[in-house]
Design a protein around this ligand. Structure first.
Ligand code: ADP
Length: 455
């Protein structure tokens, strides 16, 4: 990087040097000739008007050229800024003759040499001449200017340039050293250290606090490291939980199966239902795991369709109605306006089932209450599942949507959850682009919700 900077600076300086010294002379001459010609044409357009002496003088002075207008008629003779010394009548006639033979009666002469004083070098003089008629009188405008050779200027520029180049290169080297000390070195350090990130062993580097971006980068990497450690830990926990959850129903299924085989009198509905329930529990757990691994590998594809929100909520309600009645749980359905929404029905039901299952699971109260409902909030409809259960502690509320997160870290059998449900729900809600959240008070209530818009 330091080398690139140096090459860039030296290259740019070299380019400017080359252009300045090689083309400066030509550039100056072309510009000067253009201005001589323009003055000639401007003055020609003025001749014939009244009181133009001052204007001609002014134009000649400001362009640093000599202007002379000659004619047989004294009336049209003017001189501005200087005289064309050295041009006798014979030369002027010669110029007039030559100009007459050109197509547009104007010509630039670049082969005159003019010596101001005897001891001076003759100077190259450019003369622009334009011949035209004013009131049937032949008039000729002559504009001349010496073109000073720029050799001296160029050599001054060259020596100045060498000094400037030396200073700029020295400054670049200093800048490069500063850059390398304050930017490249910390980048290298962070880069080396970040190789440990995948192992969750990023310990951070000692970056100078004056460089805010590096401090931020360092702390972002530290956070990422912490997340990796957390995920690792959670995965281990999940593996423990899942194996426990798998083993318990399997033991029950095998135990009850063997019992029914060995003791035919135990072959009754109650025992068979135990096997079926445990098998269902296994199936739910496996479904959750499959879902989550699917969502990790592919983008969630939604099958959106227009459905009635009330019908959807009623259907979820009916799913739990009988169960809650048997269990003495006060389950209510609270409907709002009859609106249509565009959602993936299967996925939204999956989310609501998860909310209701949690409402049932995390509630130890005698008078369990659950509300499946919808209420209007400004321009959206808030779909929610409320329960008067154990609520969620403020310190946990931000984490419950994280995968594998369980408030109750101790694995208890009746807590059937694997800590995946809300994470799945969150992914599905995000795929729908819906606002979602939870309101809760410890030991009082929880209300999980998402907002939909009517179509
Ligand atoms: P799980 O499968 O363990 O239920 P979830 O992802 O569904 O996992 O929920 C994560 C955690 O959030 C739960 O372990 C529980 O501690 C907490 N939680 C979820 N719903 C409720 C609720 N209605 N009331 C209290 N706590 C809840």
């Amino acid at each position: 990087m330091v080398l690139i900077l140096l090459i860039f600076v030296i290259g740019s300086l070299g380019l400017v040097y080359f252009f300045q010294t090689t083309f400066l002379d030509d550039f100056y001459k072309t510009n000067k000739i253009k201005s001589i010609e323009n003055v000639g044409r401007d003055v020609a357009s003025l001749v014939g008007e009244d009181d133009i002496d001052e204007t001609i003088e002014h134009v000649a002075m400001s362009n640093e050229v000599c202007v002379r207008v000659v004619s047989n008629n004294e009336k049209y003779n003017y001189t501005g800024a200087c005289t064309l010394r050295g041009l006798d009548n014979m030369t002027i006639n010669m110029i007039a003759n030559e100009v007459m033979n050109t197509e547009d009666n104007e010509k630039l002469f670049d082969d005159f040499h003019y010596q101001r004083r005897h001891d001076e070098q003759p100077e190259d003089v450019y003369i622009f001449a334009k011949l035209f008629e004013v009131n049937r009188e032949n008039v000729m405008v002559l504009v001349s200017s010496g073109i000073t050779p720029l050799n001296a200027t160029i050599s001054t520029i060259k020596s100045q340039y060498l000094i400037i180049a030396a200073v700029v290169v020295a400054m670049t080297v200093v800048l490069a050293l500063i850059l390398s000390r304050f930017i490249i070195k910390p980048i290298k350090q962070i880069n080396n250290e970040s190789k440990n990130l995948s192992k969750g062993a990023y310990e951070g580097t000692n970056v100078s606090p004056s460089c805010e971006e590096f401090v931020q980068l360092n702390s972002t990497l530290m956070n990422a490291n912490e997340d990796i450690l957390k995920a690792e830990k959670a995965k281990k926990e999940l593996l423990g939980n899942v194996s426990h959850d798998l083993r318990t129903p399997l033991t029950m299924i095998v135990g009850y199966g063997e019992m029914i085989r060995d003791l035919p009198e135990e072959n009754n509905e109650e025992n068979i239902n135990v096997i079926i329930d445990e098998a269902k529990r296994l199936s739910t757990l496996v479904d959750d795991l499959i879902d989550i691994s699917k969502m990790d590998s592919v983008a969630i594809e939604l099958n959106r369709e227009v459905i009635s929100l009330n019908e959807l909520l009623k259907s979820v309600y009916h799913q739990y109605e009988l169960f809650c009645r048997n269990q003495n749980i006060d389950l209510k359905l609270q409907l709002s306006d009859d609106i249509d929404v565009e959602l993936d029905e299967k996925r939204i039901k999956q989310i609501l089932y998860n909310f209701v299952n949690n409402a049932l699971n995390y509630n130890n109260k005698q008078d369990k209450k659950i509300v499946i409902g919808c209420e209007k909030k400004d321009d959206v409809y808030r779909v929610f599942v409320y329960d008067n259960g154990e609520g969620i502690d403020d310190s946990d509320i931000d984490n419950i949507w994280d995968r594998y997160y369980k408030v109750d870290k101790e694995h208890r059998r009746h807590r059937i959850g694997s800590g995946i449900g809300l994470s799945l729900a969150r992914q599905l809600l995000m795929a729908h682009g819906l606002n979602y959240g939870v309101e809760s008070k410890k030991d009082e209530y929880s209300k999980f919700y998402f907002d939909v818009k009517a179509i």
